[in-house]
Design a protein around this ligand. Structure first.
Ligand code: ADP
Ligand code: MG
Length: 237
């Protein structure tokens, strides 16, 4: 659509892939187009988020259409909400069916930051959101308590998988955040085994990063099928 193309250009959004969903004009479209629940809209208002950032405008609809997404936008451009918002909408309600969403972050600091942001966005809904602590990775047993969303570094999650204390076979939603850093840390093996453990065939994977070096592009192409690629600004900012 011509209108979408102009709107993307205005916001410096570049897309590739077939049938890319229209970008969000505003957050109200979350309810008019996607029947977003009130708690989420209320949290956006409470956090003072009035307008979606460019990456949110495009990545949110892509993920809400169940398309895999490979997204690149500068640091500080609101990538966390770009994957947390559709994740909460897709999970819809808390359940006791095991881990349904996994967010991988390169460092402990970034995982706890993402965890806090996720809690804020989920306020008013009783999702069980867990941060993989050292303790949990070493002695925790995820079959013993409900967990909808799990946020972890690759090493800690890998440890829990090895101990057979976490079942990822029902994960519907996997995010590799700051994937440029994730792959820089040389965690290919750990990440691969986590991806394999997430064996649900209808899983939606997404990759977010601030820069787009060739090794990230290559990995993204290996990992995802028919992913929509969304780039805000230039490739290597
Ligand atoms: P990134 O992951 O791209 O580096 P973050 O997701 O950490 O960026 O977001 C950076 C900051 O912008 C955070 O403080 C976040 O709360 C804020 N933020 C996110 N989305 C919006 C928005 N739509 N409007 C205003 N501030 C926002
Ligand atoms: Mg981030």
């Amino acid at each position: 659509l011509e209108r979408d193309a102009l709107f993307r250009k205005k916001h410096n959004i570049h897309v590739s892939g077939y049938n890319v969903p229209s970008p969000l004009q505003n957050f109200n479209e979350l309810s008019s187009r996607y029947k977003c629940e009130k708690y989420l809209l209320r949290n956006l208002v409470e956090l003072g988020f009035r307008e979606p950032t460019p990456i949110q405008r495009q990545a949110i609809p892509v993920l809400l259409h169940d398309r895999e997404c490979f997204a690149c936008a500068p640091t500080g451009s609101g990538k966390t909400l770009a994957f947390v918002c559709p994740m909460l909408m897709k999970l819809k309600d808390p359940s006791k069916n095991g881990v349904r969403a996994v967010v991988l972050c390169p460092t402990r600091e970034l995982s706890s930051q993402t965890y806090r942001e996720c809690k804020k966005m989920a306020k008013g809904k009783k999702f069980r959101i867990k941060l993989m602590t050292k303790e949990l990775s070493r002695t925790g047993d995820f079959s013993k308590f409900p967990c909808d969303i799990l946020i972890s570094t690759p090493l800690r999650l890998r440890l829990a998988i090895k101990r057979k204390k976490v079942d990822l076979s029902r994960v519907e939603y996997l995010v590799l955040d700051e994937s440029d850093k994730l792959f820089e840390l040389g965690l290919f093996k750990q990440i691969d085994s986590i991806i394999k453990a997430c064996s649900n065939p209808s899983i939606i994977r997404s990759l977010f990063s601030a820069t787009l070096p060739d090794f990230v592009e290559d990995r993204a192409r290996e990992l995802m099928h028919d992913a929509v690629r969304v780039i805000v600004g230039r490739k290597n900012m």
